[in-house]
Design a protein. Sequence first.
Length: 225
Amino acid sequence: MTAVHDSPVILDRRHGPYGEVVLRRHGALLQIIANGCFLMDTSDGRSERLLVDAAHAALDGRPAPDVLLGGLGVGFSLAHAAADARWGRIVVVEREPAIVDWHRAGLLAGLSAAALADPRSEIVEADLVRYVNETSDTFDALCLDIDNGPGWTVTEGNDDLYTAAGLASCARVLRPGGVLAVWSARPSPEFEGTLRNAGFRQVRTEEVPVARGVPDVVHLAVRPG
């Protein structure tokens, strides 16, 4: 018989502008489910930390670079960026009001409270695709973790971000020599080609080693100076 604590327990369920979003606990893990699709949990965070670190390393020592994080999620990327004194401003764009609320005053606050208290940090409640199309702000790095990656989107409209037009919008918010880092649940050689065709340079992919199965990856590319 399965123990009660091994069964997922719903902690909160919200109906927002993009459908249903659920926060649940499964054993020691917290999980976010959007419209019935698993998005992320608190099991690891290595690939999210790689997303931030690889972007910073690709900036070649640029002092106090500003970073735009696409997607708040469970807070791994934000917490890791805020723990690094080398970053300048840290802006997170998150479109789900429930996720923002869980971090600011709710069940995910324990993961991100210190980061949100950092004066460099700011949360913008907006759709990232719209934000990169409309903002007049620019950044040294753009770290995207808003879905399962360019080859496996589960949220309607997110796939637009990985097209030539979407990448042009990403380039628009990057300063010359700025870095685009894209998290993906699996490698996508096709996306590397799309990045090159969109004008990005130094395109490469870093993998997170796993014992079995397909590794998470971070796609990296640089906007020409």
